[in-house]
Write a protein that binds this ligand. Structure first.
Ligand code: ATP
Ligand code: MG
Length: 714
């Protein structure tokens, strides 16, 4: 039995799996079998009778990883893994609090607030306390509360500040906690903190669990934060075995408070003389691994490790550079289809991107090509909250009687119109057979009546102002004037991503080619609903996997496409300082090491970003990889140009790579007999059949077919 379990492990893995009942840190690179070692160790502990299933506590990073570990374990040992304590920090804390709700001061039926519900709770609190939500935006309050909770700090423990603003935040934090206690609810951050406090204040309980969980095992240890580590220490005590696996080169959550320093702390706190190292990689072909190793060498302060494989070099990394983001997406989808025709499973292929907004154009091409796909750990573009809000305003602008749209945004951003008022409008509309909008127009005075009247006025103004604008201009105007932009600007946590998605919506509108120009808005909305309504391929179906690089952690695929490899996108423009850049490089390391057999790097020479055409230069990360590992696929690619720091050049003149099609260059300024001055932003086709995409100063972006337009261009 044991022999079978241990067969196939290399000597270092074997030593880690069969490590005595003492603490250890396995420090090893991607694909070296850390997760496998952790799972096999649990199986080995059980099958050798060293511990009962109830004596093990295992922490994973996601719920999916926990389920996977359970599945693997049940294939290895005949135990009921469902009863075992394997889960995420949140999941395990929830379980403990359910058992000890009384000691934790919670009602038996306590409910968990998700991020949205937490925000609503904060809004309610501000209202009850008559605190202005303009001065104290609910999102900012939420962030203050969660940040402190994640650092393990309660309101009363924050030193009294000089600054009255912060003093008020502390007061709100305390009041929020009191409100949650009254209502018997806990937010995510509270799960962990409450559980930590429960164990640290209740020695008998802590002793009970310490005697029970003789083995505490943690995957992805590099991404734990301070409170999580403190929680682990509390449970493991000094006598139990805390067995952690991790890779400092894959630490990608520093922005959320994760501390690689926990690795050093673990060695020190548990008197571990040296980490266990695994150096053989079993996941990736040699070329892919060489690329990962070469890239990460550019970081400093590493704990240091090298990976090797005996898998053979495999194929070179395919590098494709498209004229435009559209061409890049088309390339990815064409390759995916070709691989599928060759017998690869769609679900063994992943398309990775740095920022969520990048999925939009990929999704568009995938929908057109009829390729099934899933967005892992996220929503499809047109299902995202901010997109639905903006489109609801657009729908109201063309038809205010659209009750669904009205319901969606009547109080978004918050304008003091509560559920009761909305109910009254609904009743009025039902009783009198009119739309809610009509009911709203006739709503009486009073405080809430006044708020409704303001909303009516806003929509009237949007309608009037949208009338003579292009589709893209309408969306821009709506995002600004509805208050959505300001709302997301105030949201320091998720706002940036949501604003990027809204900008991307404007891009979608810019590139949208309606059949009937007068019906552009209607056609656009129809397409949006179709793309959103076309639900995600279900989990069991064979579907291409789309996800951010962050979401790809711990996963592996036969073929991986890393897209948008451009300065400003990946590495991200907000991360050009030293520390930020190193974290971006670790992200790139994670991305590369997801691939087993085939890896693609793709980028575009022009891209719509934040509503503007950009002419980015290729990501430095591609240049940090030895040229002999790369194979360039696009005919347009020339040798890497000298690097410029600022990639965000407004327009074309500084375009650095000379790629031309039918004599025209991306970024080249030109003049058209009818449309006037413009700049070429992308091109497609070849030979006699060439189309140029041109951004005209006065007429916006257009595609021109050179067969007809050539003689009008100078
Ligand atoms: P990451 O850092 O990306 O989380 P990891 O170190 O956790 O990677 P695993 O996911 O455990 O690596 O293993 C990578 C792949 O290598 C898996 O498919 C695993 O089954 C395989 N593998 C690990 N060890 C061996 C081995 N000794 N023999 C054959 N395959 C192995
Ligand atoms: Mg792993």
């Amino acid at each position: 039995m044991n022999d079978k379990l241990l067969a196939g492990l290399n000597p270092e893995q074997l030593s880690a799996v069969t490590w005595p009942a003492k603490s250890a840190l396995v420090l090893a690179g991607a694909g070296s079998g850390k997760t496998r070692v952790l799972t096999t160790r649990i199986a080995w502990l059980l099958s050798t009778g060293q511990i009962n299933p109830s004596g093990i506590l295992a922490v994973t990073f996601t719920n999916k990883a926990a389920r996977e570990m359970q599945t693997r374990l049940s294939a290895m040992v005949p135990v009921n893994v469902k009863t075992m304590w394997i889960g995420t920090f949140h999941g395990l804390c929830n379980r403990l609090l359910r058992i000890h709700y009384r000691d934790a001061g919670l009602p038996q039926t306590f409910q968990i607030l998700d991020a949205g519900e937490q925000q609503s709770a904060i809004k309610r609190l501000l209202k009850a306390l008559d605190v202005s939500d303009e001065k104290f935006p609910p999102k900012a309050v939420q962030q203050f509360i969660n940040g402190n909770k994640e650092a393990g700090v309660r309101a009363h423990a924050i030193p009294v500040p000089m600054n009255p603003y912060e003093a008020k935040l502390i007061e709100l934090y305390a009041a929020y906690d009191a409100q949650c206690n009254r209502e018997g609810v806990v937010d995510f951050a509270e799960l962990l903190l409450r559980c930590y406090e429960l164990l640290s204040r209740n020695e008998a309980l802590a002793v009970h669990y310490r005697e029970r969980f003789r083995h505490v095992l943690v995957d992805e240890f590099q991404d734990t934060n301070r409170l999580q580590y403190a929680w682990l220490k509390l449970l493991a005590g000094s006598d139990n075995a805390l067995f952690a696996v991790g890779d400092d080169d894959q630490s990608i959550y520093a922005f959320r408070g994760a501390e690689v320093g926990n690795m050093h702390a673990l060695l020190r706190d548990y008197g571990i003389s040296a980490p266990i190292r695994l150096e053989q990689n079993y996941r990736s072909a040699g070329t892919i691994l060489d690329a990962a190793n070469a890239l990460i060498e550019h970081n400093d302060g590493r704990l240091g490790k090298q990976l090797w494989t005996d898998a053979g070099a495999g194929e070179p990394i395919r590098v494709f550079e498209g004229f435009s983001d559209g061409e890049e997406a088309q390339f990815v989808v064409d390759e995916v289809k070709a691989l599928a025709r060759d017998g690869w499973n769609l679900s063994d292929m992943a398309v990775l991107y740095r920022s969520n907004a990048q999925s939009r154009i990929l999704e568009h091409v995938l929908v057109q090509a009829g390729v099934a796909y899933r967005i892992y750990g996220g929503l499809r573009f047109f299902e995202r909250q901010e997109i639905k809000h903006a489109l609801a305003y657009l729908r109201l602008a063309i038809n205010p009687d659209d009750d669904n749209a009205l319901m969606r945004v009547i109080n978004v951003p918050a304008r003091g119109i509560g559920a009761r008022t909305v109910e009254n409008l609904q009743t009025a509309s039902r009783e009198r057979g009119i739309s809610m909008w009509q009911a709203a127009c006739g709503a009486g005075g009073g405080r809430t009546g006044g708020k409704v009247a303001e909303f009516v006025l806003l929509v009237e103004q949007l309608r009037a102002r949208c009338e003579h604008l292009t589709l893209a201009e309408q969306i821009s105007l709506i995002v600004d004037d509805s208050g959505l932009r300001a709302m997301y600007e105030a949201d320091r946590k998720e706002g940036e991503e949501r604003l990027a998605n809204l900008d991307e919506l404007v891009n979608a509108a810019l590139g949208f080619m309606p059949h009937e120009p007068e019906l552009a808005v209607v056609e656009f909305l129809t397409q949006a609903s179709l793309e959103a309504g076309d639900h995600q391929a279900d989990a069991s179906a064979d579907a291409l996997q789309l996800m951010t690089v962050h979401a790809a952690k711990g996963l592996e695929f036969d073929a991986v496409f890393i897209t948008g490899l451009e300065e400003g996108l990946f590495p991200h423009e907000n991360s050009f300082d030293g520390k930020g850049l190193q974290e971006e490089r670790r992200l790139m390391y994670v991305a590369i090491t997801r691939a087993r057999k085939r890896l693609y790097f793709t980028s575009a020479q022009s891209r719509m970003l934040h509503g503007q055409s950009r002419y980015p230069i290729r990501s430095r990360f591609v240049d940090e990889i030895p040229a002999e590992l790369l194979q360039h696929l696009s005919a347009t690619v020339k040798a890497a140009a000298p690097r410029r720091n600022a990639w965000q050049q407004e327009a074309a003149p500084a375009f650095v790579r000379s790629s031309s099609i039918a004599g025209w260059r991306i970024g080249q300024a030109l003049s058209h007999a009818k449309f006037g001055a413009g700049v070429v932003i992308s091109a497609e086709g070849g030979g006699d059949d060439v189309r140029l995409q041109i951004n005209f100063a006065e007429h916006g972006i257009k595609w021109l077919d050179l067969r007809y337009a050539a003689d009008k261009l100078t």
